[in-house]
Design a protein around this ligand. Structure first.
Ligand SMILES: Nc1ncnc2c1ncn2[C@@H]1O[C@H](COP(=O)(O)OP(=O)(O)O)[C@@H](O)[C@H]1O
Ligand SMILES: [Mg+2]
Length: 334
Protein backbone atom coordinates (compact mmCIF):
# COMPACT_ATOMS: atom_id res chain seq x y z
CA UNK A 1 0.00 0.00 0.00
CA UNK A 2 1.23 3.50 -0.62
CA UNK A 3 0.22 7.00 0.41
CA UNK A 4 1.57 10.47 -0.09
CA UNK A 5 2.53 12.34 3.07
CA UNK A 6 3.72 15.83 3.88
CA UNK A 7 6.30 16.94 6.48
CA UNK A 8 7.32 20.36 7.76
CA UNK A 9 10.09 21.62 10.10
CA UNK A 10 11.77 24.90 11.03
CA UNK A 11 15.33 25.13 9.73
CA UNK A 12 17.79 25.11 12.66
CA UNK A 13 21.12 26.92 13.02
CA UNK A 14 21.98 30.61 12.83
CA UNK A 15 22.67 30.85 9.10
CA UNK A 16 19.34 29.23 8.21
CA UNK A 17 21.25 27.06 5.76
CA UNK A 18 19.67 23.66 5.22
CA UNK A 19 21.82 20.84 6.53
CA UNK A 20 21.69 17.05 6.22
CA UNK A 21 20.09 16.93 9.69
CA UNK A 22 17.23 19.24 8.63
CA UNK A 23 16.50 17.01 5.63
CA UNK A 24 16.46 13.96 7.87
CA UNK A 25 14.13 15.70 10.35
CA UNK A 26 11.64 16.77 7.72
CA UNK A 27 11.54 13.27 6.21
CA UNK A 28 11.02 11.83 9.71
CA UNK A 29 8.16 14.30 10.17
CA UNK A 30 6.55 13.07 6.95
CA UNK A 31 6.84 9.45 8.00
CA UNK A 32 4.54 10.03 10.99
CA UNK A 33 1.52 8.34 9.47
CA UNK A 34 -0.89 5.79 10.88
CA UNK A 35 0.75 2.36 10.62
CA UNK A 36 -1.15 -0.65 11.93
CA UNK A 37 0.55 -3.42 13.89
CA UNK A 38 0.39 -5.62 10.78
CA UNK A 39 2.31 -3.19 8.58
CA UNK A 40 5.90 -2.04 8.12
CA UNK A 41 7.09 1.05 6.31
CA UNK A 42 9.27 -0.10 3.41
CA UNK A 43 10.21 3.21 1.80
CA UNK A 44 9.83 6.92 2.45
CA UNK A 45 10.57 8.50 -0.91
CA UNK A 46 10.92 12.29 -1.10
CA UNK A 47 9.05 13.66 -4.13
CA UNK A 48 9.93 17.33 -3.72
CA UNK A 49 11.11 19.80 -1.11
CA UNK A 50 9.53 23.19 -0.50
CA UNK A 51 11.59 26.03 1.00
CA UNK A 52 9.67 29.00 2.41
CA UNK A 53 6.79 28.18 0.10
CA UNK A 54 8.85 27.66 -3.10
CA UNK A 55 8.09 24.19 -4.43
CA UNK A 56 9.85 21.87 -6.87
CA UNK A 57 13.22 21.54 -5.15
CA UNK A 58 14.92 18.16 -5.57
CA UNK A 59 18.05 18.73 -3.45
CA UNK A 60 17.69 21.40 -0.75
CA UNK A 61 21.09 20.77 0.89
CA UNK A 62 22.96 24.06 1.36
CA UNK A 63 20.03 26.28 0.32
CA UNK A 64 18.77 28.94 2.72
CA UNK A 65 15.33 29.28 4.28
CA UNK A 66 13.43 29.16 7.55
CA UNK A 67 10.71 26.67 6.75
CA UNK A 68 11.46 23.33 5.09
CA UNK A 69 8.68 21.09 3.81
CA UNK A 70 8.75 17.78 1.97
CA UNK A 71 6.22 15.83 -0.08
CA UNK A 72 6.86 12.10 0.18
CA UNK A 73 5.53 8.86 -1.20
CA UNK A 74 5.39 6.25 1.56
CA UNK A 75 5.22 2.55 0.80
CA UNK A 76 3.94 0.10 3.39
CA UNK A 77 3.91 -3.68 3.27
CA UNK A 78 2.29 -6.47 5.28
CA UNK A 79 4.73 -7.35 8.09
CA UNK A 80 4.10 -11.08 7.90
CA UNK A 81 4.67 -11.20 4.10
CA UNK A 82 7.92 -9.31 4.52
CA UNK A 83 9.01 -11.58 7.36
CA UNK A 84 8.23 -14.70 5.33
CA UNK A 85 10.18 -13.35 2.38
CA UNK A 86 13.18 -12.53 4.56
CA UNK A 87 12.98 -15.97 6.22
CA UNK A 88 12.97 -17.72 2.85
CA UNK A 89 16.05 -15.83 1.74
CA UNK A 90 17.85 -16.55 5.02
CA UNK A 91 17.05 -20.25 4.72
CA UNK A 92 18.54 -20.23 1.23
CA UNK A 93 21.80 -19.27 2.93
CA UNK A 94 21.80 -15.59 2.02
CA UNK A 95 21.45 -12.57 4.23
CA UNK A 96 19.10 -9.64 3.69
CA UNK A 97 20.38 -6.10 3.58
CA UNK A 98 17.18 -4.31 2.73
CA UNK A 99 13.74 -4.99 1.29
CA UNK A 100 12.93 -3.01 -1.85
CA UNK A 101 9.54 -2.69 -3.53
CA UNK A 102 9.82 -4.57 -6.82
CA UNK A 103 8.79 -1.78 -9.25
CA UNK A 104 11.20 0.58 -7.55
CA UNK A 105 14.03 -1.80 -8.38
CA UNK A 106 12.77 -2.50 -11.93
CA UNK A 107 12.41 1.20 -12.70
CA UNK A 108 16.00 1.76 -11.65
CA UNK A 109 17.16 -0.64 -14.37
CA UNK A 110 14.68 0.18 -17.10
CA UNK A 111 13.63 3.85 -17.11
CA UNK A 112 15.88 6.62 -18.40
CA UNK A 113 16.36 9.80 -16.37
CA UNK A 114 14.61 11.72 -19.18
CA UNK A 115 11.56 9.48 -19.00
CA UNK A 116 11.32 9.93 -15.22
CA UNK A 117 11.70 13.70 -15.59
CA UNK A 118 9.12 14.02 -18.37
CA UNK A 119 6.65 11.63 -16.72
CA UNK A 120 6.32 7.94 -17.46
CA UNK A 121 4.67 4.81 -16.13
CA UNK A 122 6.45 1.49 -15.73
CA UNK A 123 4.30 -1.64 -15.84
CA UNK A 124 6.16 -4.76 -14.72
CA UNK A 125 4.12 -7.87 -15.54
CA UNK A 126 5.38 -10.79 -13.48
CA UNK A 127 3.95 -14.19 -12.63
CA UNK A 128 1.44 -13.44 -9.88
CA UNK A 129 1.28 -9.65 -9.95
CA UNK A 130 1.63 -6.62 -12.17
CA UNK A 131 3.44 -3.69 -10.62
CA UNK A 132 2.74 -0.12 -11.63
CA UNK A 133 4.96 2.85 -10.83
CA UNK A 134 4.40 6.39 -12.07
CA UNK A 135 7.18 8.96 -12.28
CA UNK A 136 6.52 12.65 -12.67
CA UNK A 137 9.12 15.43 -12.64
CA UNK A 138 11.82 12.96 -11.66
CA UNK A 139 10.08 11.52 -8.62
CA UNK A 140 7.60 8.82 -7.78
CA UNK A 141 4.01 9.99 -7.98
CA UNK A 142 2.17 6.70 -7.56
CA UNK A 143 2.75 2.98 -7.03
CA UNK A 144 0.44 -0.01 -6.96
CA UNK A 145 0.46 -3.77 -7.27
CA UNK A 146 -2.32 -5.43 -9.28
CA UNK A 147 -3.18 -9.08 -8.55
CA UNK A 148 -2.94 -10.30 -12.17
CA UNK A 149 0.08 -11.67 -14.03
CA UNK A 150 1.45 -14.22 -16.48
CA UNK A 151 0.53 -17.21 -14.29
CA UNK A 152 -3.15 -16.34 -14.65
CA UNK A 153 -2.71 -16.50 -18.40
CA UNK A 154 -1.11 -19.94 -18.11
CA UNK A 155 -3.95 -21.15 -15.90
CA UNK A 156 -6.50 -19.86 -18.40
CA UNK A 157 -4.72 -21.79 -21.16
CA UNK A 158 -4.65 -24.97 -19.05
CA UNK A 159 -8.40 -24.75 -18.48
CA UNK A 160 -9.30 -23.46 -21.95
CA UNK A 161 -7.24 -25.99 -23.92
CA UNK A 162 -7.52 -28.82 -21.35
CA UNK A 163 -3.82 -29.33 -20.89
CA UNK A 164 -1.50 -29.54 -17.83
CA UNK A 165 -0.38 -26.15 -16.46
CA UNK A 166 3.28 -26.94 -17.19
CA UNK A 167 2.39 -27.53 -20.86
CA UNK A 168 0.22 -24.39 -20.92
CA UNK A 169 3.21 -22.40 -19.68
CA UNK A 170 5.40 -23.81 -22.48
CA UNK A 171 2.99 -23.22 -25.34
CA UNK A 172 2.24 -19.71 -24.05
CA UNK A 173 5.93 -18.82 -24.31
CA UNK A 174 6.45 -20.57 -27.66
CA UNK A 175 3.24 -19.69 -29.51
CA UNK A 176 1.33 -17.10 -27.48
CA UNK A 177 0.16 -13.74 -28.77
CA UNK A 178 -2.28 -11.21 -27.37
CA UNK A 179 -3.58 -10.36 -30.86
CA UNK A 180 -5.71 -13.33 -32.01
CA UNK A 181 -7.20 -11.31 -34.88
CA UNK A 182 -3.80 -11.22 -36.57
CA UNK A 183 -3.46 -14.99 -36.61
CA UNK A 184 -4.50 -17.17 -39.48
CA UNK A 185 -7.01 -19.93 -38.75
CA UNK A 186 -4.78 -22.45 -40.56
CA UNK A 187 -1.83 -22.14 -38.16
CA UNK A 188 -1.76 -25.28 -36.00
CA UNK A 189 0.05 -26.12 -32.77
CA UNK A 190 0.49 -29.40 -30.89
CA UNK A 191 -0.71 -29.55 -27.32
CA UNK A 192 -0.41 -32.30 -24.72
CA UNK A 193 -3.83 -33.59 -23.67
CA UNK A 194 -4.87 -33.29 -20.03
CA UNK A 195 -4.14 -37.00 -19.55
CA UNK A 196 -0.48 -36.11 -20.16
CA UNK A 197 -0.18 -38.89 -22.74
CA UNK A 198 -1.37 -38.14 -26.27
CA UNK A 199 -0.87 -34.86 -28.16
CA UNK A 200 -3.64 -33.07 -30.03
CA UNK A 201 -3.59 -30.48 -32.83
CA UNK A 202 -5.28 -27.14 -32.17
CA UNK A 203 -5.36 -23.84 -33.99
CA UNK A 204 -2.92 -21.22 -32.71
CA UNK A 205 -5.68 -18.67 -33.06
CA UNK A 206 -7.68 -20.53 -30.41
CA UNK A 207 -4.73 -20.36 -28.00
CA UNK A 208 -4.47 -16.62 -28.53
CA UNK A 209 -8.21 -16.16 -28.06
CA UNK A 210 -7.72 -17.62 -24.59
CA UNK A 211 -4.76 -15.33 -23.83
CA UNK A 212 -6.24 -12.06 -25.05
CA UNK A 213 -9.10 -11.51 -22.52
CA UNK A 214 -6.80 -11.87 -19.48
CA UNK A 215 -4.19 -9.48 -20.89
CA UNK A 216 -6.97 -7.12 -21.93
CA UNK A 217 -8.32 -7.20 -18.36
CA UNK A 218 -4.84 -6.55 -17.01
CA UNK A 219 -4.19 -3.49 -19.18
CA UNK A 220 -7.66 -2.18 -18.36
CA UNK A 221 -6.80 -2.45 -14.65
CA UNK A 222 -3.63 -0.48 -15.38
CA UNK A 223 -5.64 2.18 -17.19
CA UNK A 224 -8.14 2.38 -14.31
CA UNK A 225 -5.27 2.74 -11.87
CA UNK A 226 -3.74 5.59 -13.89
CA UNK A 227 -7.10 7.32 -14.23
CA UNK A 228 -7.95 7.07 -10.54
CA UNK A 229 -4.49 8.30 -9.53
CA UNK A 230 -4.87 11.20 -11.94
CA UNK A 231 -1.65 10.08 -13.64
CA UNK A 232 -2.86 9.53 -17.18
CA UNK A 233 -2.07 13.07 -18.35
CA UNK A 234 1.20 13.25 -16.43
CA UNK A 235 3.01 10.62 -18.44
CA UNK A 236 3.95 12.07 -21.84
CA UNK A 237 6.97 9.74 -22.06
CA UNK A 238 4.45 6.92 -22.17
CA UNK A 239 4.20 3.44 -20.78
CA UNK A 240 7.19 1.16 -20.45
CA UNK A 241 6.41 -2.54 -20.22
CA UNK A 242 8.77 -5.01 -18.59
CA UNK A 243 8.73 -8.35 -16.72
CA UNK A 244 8.34 -11.86 -18.11
CA UNK A 245 4.76 -11.60 -19.30
CA UNK A 246 5.49 -8.40 -21.26
CA UNK A 247 7.31 -10.70 -23.70
CA UNK A 248 4.03 -12.09 -25.02
CA UNK A 249 3.79 -11.23 -28.71
CA UNK A 250 1.72 -8.10 -29.35
CA UNK A 251 1.62 -6.89 -25.75
CA UNK A 252 3.00 -3.47 -26.75
CA UNK A 253 0.17 -2.95 -29.25
CA UNK A 254 -2.58 -4.10 -26.90
CA UNK A 255 -1.22 -1.95 -24.06
CA UNK A 256 -1.09 1.08 -26.32
CA UNK A 257 -4.61 0.52 -27.70
CA UNK A 258 -6.08 0.26 -24.20
CA UNK A 259 -4.14 2.92 -22.31
CA UNK A 260 -3.88 5.32 -25.27
CA UNK A 261 -0.22 5.92 -24.43
CA UNK A 262 2.92 5.32 -26.47
CA UNK A 263 4.40 1.97 -25.34
CA UNK A 264 7.88 0.43 -25.48
CA UNK A 265 9.34 -2.74 -23.98
CA UNK A 266 11.90 -1.84 -21.33
CA UNK A 267 14.87 -4.01 -20.52
CA UNK A 268 18.02 -3.46 -18.50
CA UNK A 269 20.98 -2.62 -20.70
CA UNK A 270 23.47 -3.05 -17.91
CA UNK A 271 23.71 -6.81 -17.81
CA UNK A 272 27.19 -7.57 -19.12
CA UNK A 273 28.46 -8.68 -15.69
CA UNK A 274 25.60 -11.15 -15.45
CA UNK A 275 26.23 -12.90 -18.74
CA UNK A 276 26.80 -16.30 -17.12
CA UNK A 277 23.28 -16.06 -15.70
CA UNK A 278 21.44 -14.72 -18.73
CA UNK A 279 23.19 -17.04 -21.14
CA UNK A 280 21.58 -19.97 -19.36
CA UNK A 281 19.86 -21.91 -22.16
CA UNK A 282 16.57 -22.08 -20.24
CA UNK A 283 16.08 -18.40 -21.01
CA UNK A 284 16.83 -18.52 -24.70
CA UNK A 285 13.89 -18.88 -27.01
CA UNK A 286 12.54 -17.86 -30.41
CA UNK A 287 15.34 -16.73 -32.71
CA UNK A 288 17.96 -17.00 -29.95
CA UNK A 289 17.20 -13.60 -28.47
CA UNK A 290 17.71 -13.34 -24.73
CA UNK A 291 14.54 -12.07 -23.06
CA UNK A 292 16.21 -9.43 -20.95
CA UNK A 293 12.94 -8.00 -19.68
CA UNK A 294 12.77 -10.83 -17.13
CA UNK A 295 15.94 -9.50 -15.46
CA UNK A 296 14.73 -5.94 -14.86
CA UNK A 297 14.13 -6.39 -11.14
CA UNK A 298 17.33 -8.34 -10.46
CA UNK A 299 19.49 -5.81 -12.28
CA UNK A 300 17.57 -2.95 -10.66
CA UNK A 301 18.18 -4.39 -7.18
CA UNK A 302 21.92 -4.44 -7.80
CA UNK A 303 21.87 -0.86 -9.09
CA UNK A 304 19.67 0.16 -6.15
CA UNK A 305 22.13 -1.36 -3.66
CA UNK A 306 25.05 0.37 -5.36
CA UNK A 307 23.32 3.75 -5.29
CA UNK A 308 21.46 3.68 -2.00
CA UNK A 309 23.18 1.01 0.08
CA UNK A 310 25.28 3.06 2.46
CA UNK A 311 23.11 6.14 2.58
CA UNK A 312 20.09 4.05 3.57
CA UNK A 313 21.99 2.17 6.27
CA UNK A 314 22.52 5.36 8.24
CA UNK A 315 18.88 6.23 8.78
CA UNK A 316 17.08 3.05 9.57
CA UNK A 317 14.21 3.59 11.96
CA UNK A 318 12.41 1.10 14.15
CA UNK A 319 9.68 0.90 11.54
CA UNK A 320 12.03 -0.24 8.83
CA UNK A 321 12.44 -3.94 8.33
CA UNK A 322 15.47 -5.11 10.28
CA UNK A 323 18.30 -6.53 8.25
CA UNK A 324 21.76 -7.93 8.42
CA UNK A 325 24.52 -7.47 5.94
CA UNK A 326 24.50 -8.45 2.29
CA UNK A 327 27.52 -7.98 0.11
CA UNK A 328 27.23 -7.42 -3.61
CA UNK A 329 29.12 -10.57 -4.61
CA UNK A 330 26.41 -12.50 -2.77
CA UNK A 331 23.67 -10.98 -4.91
CA UNK A 332 25.64 -11.58 -8.06
CA UNK A 333 26.05 -15.24 -7.27
CA UNK A 334 22.32 -15.92 -6.86
N1 LIG B 1 9.24 -15.34 -23.35
C1 LIG B 1 8.12 -15.23 -22.65
N2 LIG B 1 6.94 -15.00 -23.27
C2 LIG B 1 5.80 -14.89 -22.55
N3 LIG B 1 5.72 -14.99 -21.21
C3 LIG B 1 6.87 -15.21 -20.54
C4 LIG B 1 8.14 -15.33 -21.21
N4 LIG B 1 9.10 -15.54 -20.28
C5 LIG B 1 8.47 -15.54 -19.09
N5 LIG B 1 7.13 -15.36 -19.23
C6 LIG B 1 6.10 -15.29 -18.17
O1 LIG B 1 6.46 -14.27 -17.27
C7 LIG B 1 6.00 -14.58 -15.95
C8 LIG B 1 7.14 -14.40 -14.98
O2 LIG B 1 7.68 -13.12 -15.13
P1 LIG B 1 8.79 -12.55 -14.12
O3 LIG B 1 8.99 -11.13 -14.47
O4 LIG B 1 9.97 -13.45 -14.16
O5 LIG B 1 7.98 -12.75 -12.77
P2 LIG B 1 8.12 -12.31 -11.25
O6 LIG B 1 8.51 -10.86 -11.23
O7 LIG B 1 6.74 -12.54 -10.72
O8 LIG B 1 9.14 -13.21 -10.65
C9 LIG B 1 5.50 -16.01 -15.99
O9 LIG B 1 4.09 -15.99 -16.00
C10 LIG B 1 6.03 -16.54 -17.33
O10 LIG B 1 5.16 -17.47 -17.92
MG1 LIG C 1 8.92 -9.20 -11.42
Amino acid sequence: KSINSHGVVAVTGDEKEIKESDIKRVIDAARIIPVSAEEDILHVLPREFIIDGSPGIQDPLGMSGVRLEVETHIIKGASTSIQNLVKSVLRAGLSVDEVVLEPLASSQAVLSEDEKELGAVLVDIGGGTTDVIVFHEGSIAHTSVLPVGGNHVSNDIAVGLRTPVSEAEKIKIMHGSVLPDEIDESEKIEVLAASGKERKKLSRKMLCQVIEPRMNEMFNLVKKELDSAGSADLTPAGLILTGGASLLEGSERLASDITELPVRIGEPDYVSGLSNVIDNPVYIKKGDTIPRAIFSTAVGLIEFALENGDAKNSNVSSNTVSYTHLTLPTILRV
